[in-house]
Design a protein around this ligand. Structure first.
Ligand code: NAD
Length: 501
């Protein structure tokens, strides 16, 4: 494994020595071995990086947006060149299978392409003025420094979703990655540095990474110079970060926990539903914000669907995520394993019937936390089902009435992703109507997990309300300016007031 890491770093022209001698140990979830020791930032270096980003903003905001897009185009090229090596590093550091690692890097490339096109389309509105001889317009101006906080499970794509839109909008960046995945963050910075070198005239300090525990994140969150904090992680983290940024009137994008359900109606095509459920529940070992955690199935097909899911679970290939054919890799660490065990014990105490669960020892990876994905059959939605346990636990309950199924789906604190499997057009349309799913993502005959970069991504309630990636999510990275121009020779005052001057 250690040789693999050295090779991966070499493939990215990175020096393995840069990842030695620091004070933050990085362990691979694959086999628990020490991958590297990176240097944590101090109060002083965090301050200097924010100051540099703030200075860089003074110049970058004035570079024409299509030129800013050119830098993002070059970033996309560099990512294409280093796709396999970066994907392998993602797998080594966060444990998702190599195909998923490649999928994550592809998302980075896709958002680069999206942002390049967008850099020529940062359109504002023209608005009809009520006053004669006046023009009213809306501009989207650069905002300032964007502070990105990211989670371990999407250790590179979340940065790219934010960084590309911020850069074309005229913003500069400081990124605080998860303390569990600092090496891929440093690799992304190297890749961006290469694009910046080719671009030629970007200001120093345009984008940097700050490494450390939550204290460095807090310092960034509290810094008045950081105009927008885009924070991805647990709801617990969002509860701390949101009010701190609000206290200084900063802006936030919060992308927090999910607790995503699929409703399986009597008319559902089960050949489509079963793979969607299984992939949604066990992909990334249940560690996606969009993982399928609950299945709400009509009572008439319960006895057909559940055996099919169990059969699919029995054939899952669990093991080293770098190995060909593996479908389920490890959990990130022992804490995650403990959380899974506790959730299963709680479910049992609530009357749930548990199939699966428990640790699985994988040859050559004995110190990795591999698990058997679990299915929990419940009579009704219980307290533990309302929590997000970041592990492959799939709760299954029955429903009799479609309206009630929607109520059950919505009756959790989180509101990220949701799906219905049905061939009944009324059910499908009701699900996406104003009285349907209350989530930011509502799919029909597609699972809950993952999302295309073209749409805005995010969720409601305890998921935080933020939106990233496609559609008009770019507007969050801008300052909205309304401008009225009087091209007449009159000075009409508001409310018809006249001064005798
Ligand atoms: P986490 O909340 O433990 O950590 C996320 C990041 O927040 C880390 O970089 C951490 O250092 C930082 N952090 C924690 N407390 C902080 C504070 N007080 N101030 C500043 N920074 C702080 O989450 P995790 O375990 O890395 O990731 C799993 C969670 O992330 C799950 O809940 C998952 O649903 C969520 N997630 C959400 C999305 C989304 O788009 N909605 C995407 C990926 C992950």
């Amino acid at each position: 494994m250690q040789n693999n890491i050295a090779k991966i770093l070499q493939d990215m022209n990175m020096n393995p020595a840069d990842f030695k001698g620091g004070n933050l140990d990085v362990f691979s979830p694959i086999d628990g071995h020490l991958m590297g020791c990176v240097l944590m930032d101090t109060k002083e270096t965090v301050d200097a990086k924010i100051a540099a980003a703030h200075n860089a903003f003074q110049t970058w905001r004035d570079v024409p947006a299509p030129q800013r897009g050119e830098l993002v185009r070059l970033l996309g090229e560099e990512l294409r060149t280093h796709k396999d090596a970066l994907s392998a590093l993602v797998t080594a550091e966060c444990g998702k299978i190599f195909e998923e690692g490649k999928g994550e890097v592809q998302e980075m490339i896709d958002i680069c392409d999206f942002a390049v096109g967008l850099s020529r389309q940062l359109h504002g509105l023209t608005i009809k003025s009520e006053r004669p001889g006046h023009h009213m317009r809306e501009y989207w101006q650069p905002l300032g420094v964007v502070g990105v906080i990211s989670a371990f499970n999407f250790p590179v794509a979340v940065w790219a979703w934010n960084a590309t839109l911020a850069l074309i909008s005229g913003d500069t960046l400081v990124w605080k990655p998860s303390e569990k995945t600092p090496m891929v963050a440093l690799a992304c910075q190297k890749i961006l540095d290469r694009a910046i070198a080719r671009f030629g005239n970007a200001p120093a300090g345009l984008s940097s990474v700050i490494i450390g525990l939550k204290d460095v994140g807090e310092q960034m969150v509290d810094d008045q110079r950081v105009s927008l904090v885009s924070a991805t992680g647990s709801t617990r983290m969002g509860r701390e970060v949101g009010p701190r940024v609000a206290a200084r009137f900063g802006k936030t994008i919060l992308e927090l926990g999910g607790n995503n359900a699929m409703i399986i109606a009597p008319s559902a095509d089960l050949d489509m539903a079963v793979p969607a459920i299984v992939f949604g529940a066990v992909g990334t070992c249940g560690q996606r914000c969009t993982s399928t955690r609950r299945v709400i199935v009509h009572e008439s097909i319960y006895d057909i669907l559940v055996p099919k899911i169990k059969k699919a679970y029995a054939s899952l290939r669990i093991g080293n995520p770098l190995a060909n054919g593996t479908l389920v890799g490890p959990l990130i660490d022992q804490l995650s394993f403990n959380a899974m065990e506790k959730a299963l014990a709680d479910a049992g105490a609530e009357g749930g019937v548990v199939t699966g669960g428990g640790r699985r020892i994988i040859e050559g990876c004995a110190d990795g936390y591999y698990v058997n994905p679990a299915i929990v059959e419940m009579d009704s939605q219980t307290a533990s089902m309302c929590e997000e346990t970041f592990a492959p636990i799939l709760y299954i309950i029955k429903y009799t009435n479609f309206d009630h199924a929607i109520v059950t789906q919505n009756a959790v604190p989180q509101g990220l992703s949701s799906a219905v499997f049905t061939t009944d057009v009324r059910e499908a349309e009701q699900f996406v109507s104003s009285v349907g799913s209350d989530c930011g993502i509502a799919n029909v005959n597609i699972g809950t997990s993952g999302a295309e970069i073209g749409g805005a991504f995010g969720g409601e309630k305890e998921t935080g309300g933020g939106r990233e990636s496609g559609s008009d999510a770019w507007k969050a990275y801008c300052r909205r300016m309304t401008s009225t121009v009087n091209y007449s020779r009159e000075m009409p005052l508001a409310q018809g007031i006249k001064f005798d001057l």
